[in-house]
Ligand binder design. Sequence first.
Ligand code: ZN
Ligand code: ZN
Length: 93
Amino acid sequence: MPAPGSAAGRPAVVGLPAYRAEVPKDLHLVHITCGGCTAEWAGADRAHCPTCHVTFDSPVLYDVHREGGRCLLPRTLGLVATKNGIWGRRAAG
Ligand SMILES: [Zn+2]
Ligand SMILES: [Zn+2]
């Protein structure tokens, strides 16, 4: 329940400097995009399938999903997707 007498409006925040994302020059974060879909991910150890456009946490998982020469659904391999849409093994625990 709202407290009685609380202010109806908040004072506008003014005078704050714009936030700047300064990226250190020595940080070489590999940023990769796919030419066939809108997926983008960071990290050279990730593997993105050019056929089914699923991003895997490691090339090993990519190989597993290509078993038999065709794409298997990552879910059928027991993989789970992170919030970034990268499929990997379920976290231990
Ligand atoms: Zn695939
Ligand atoms: Zn793709």
